[in-house]
Design a protein around this ligand. Structure first.
Ligand SMILES: Nc1ncnc2c1ncn2[C@@H]1O[C@H](COP(=O)(O)OP(=O)(O)O)[C@@H](O)[C@H]1O
Ligand SMILES: [Mg+2]
Length: 274
């Protein structure tokens, strides 16, 4: 989805698109991260550069994993895409619209589930549906569909403390999907779960992605996870945070570890992480 630089466009009669304001010319589907940097002030008022220049385009419907060691700026980059953090320079566009705040069709899933403890599973999902201006009957239908999608039929009326970690994260995923986002942003969503649950949820996320074709940006520090999930792995390194390598994966899913290609790719990503 690389755009032709305007300077490289052929001479001659301008097309309507070329006459459009710059903002409209960039109206491509997917995520465009352009010249983004981020510096924070630490507790002693010293500037910490978390991200040096990041340029990245993510196609609509693409599954991208951001991987890198702790502190390399993965969460910062994800939060900039989400609109929780303002970049120091540059900008992010989602389907051509500049990100200026959370919402705007972006669903977020955090490592620590972040459900409302005073709402049931279905209540948490309905909370998100209420932001869509739907009538009650439609909300009930959609909530039931989402509960089915994440495999929690029978647990609708349970409160978060009555659910396992894996179940809570399923509810959090359903809540993120309830706003019908164009993009799903996930920050180490399976990081707090045991390995078996993690394995099951990876498969669930792939199934949901295949069915709904959301654009997914998924932060992880697990090489195995990134290789199992992603269309492209974006490897980041620290000091300050930057993209050190982008690794496309064309191995068909499911990517089993009995497949030598999968293992070779894991080794390649591991090497890229240094
Ligand atoms: N709110 C903040 N204030 C100051 N420094 C921050 C803040 N958030 C992150 N940082 C710093 O920015 C760098 C990148 O952090 P982060 O994006 O959380 O990395 P990662 O998610 O890859 O572990 C780290 O050095 C971290 O200490
Ligand atoms: Mg992080």
């Amino acid at each position: 989805m690389a755009a032709t630089p305007r300077s490289a466009q052929s001479a001659g009669a301008a097309t309507p698109a070329q006459n459009a304001p710059a903002e409209l010319q960039l109206q491509m589907r997917g995520i465009v991260i352009e010249n983004v940097t981020k510096s924070y002030l630490d507790a002693r008022n010293i500037t910490v550069q978390a991200l040096s220049t990041i340029d990245l385009e993510i196609a609509s419907g693409e599954f991208v994993c951001l991987i890198g060691k702790s502190g390399c700026g993965k969460t910062t980059l994800l939060n900039i895409i989400a609109g929780f953090v303002t970049p120091s320079t540059g900008r992010v566009l989602v389907d051509g619209e500049r990100v200026t705040r959370p919402g705007q069709g972006k669903g977020m899933v955090f490592q620590q589930f972040a459900l409302f403890p005073w709402l049931t599973a279905i209540g948490n999902i309905d909370f998100a549906l209420k932001q869509r201006n739907l009538d009650k009957a439609t909300r009930q239908t959609l909530a039931a569909e989402l509960i089915g999608l994440i495999g929690l039929k029978g647990f609708e009326e349970k409160y978060p403390y009555q659910l396992s970690g894996g179940m809570q994260q399923r509810v959090a995923i359903a809540r993120a999907l309830a706003i019908d986002p164009k993009v799903l942003l996930m920050d180490e969503p399976l990081g707090a779960l045991d390995e078996l649950t993690r394995d099951t949820l990876q498969a669930e996320i792939l199934r949901i992605w295949a069915a709904h074709r959301k654009t997914i940006v998924f932060v992880t520090h697990s090489v195995t996870e990134a290789v199992r999930l992603a269309d492209r792995i974006v490897v980041m390194s620290a000091g300050p945070g930057r993209i050190s390598q982008i690794i496309p994966i064309s191995i068909p899913r499911p990517r089993l570890r009995t497949n030598a290609e999968v293992v070779a790719l894991e080794e390649m990503v591991q090497a890229a992480l240094g």
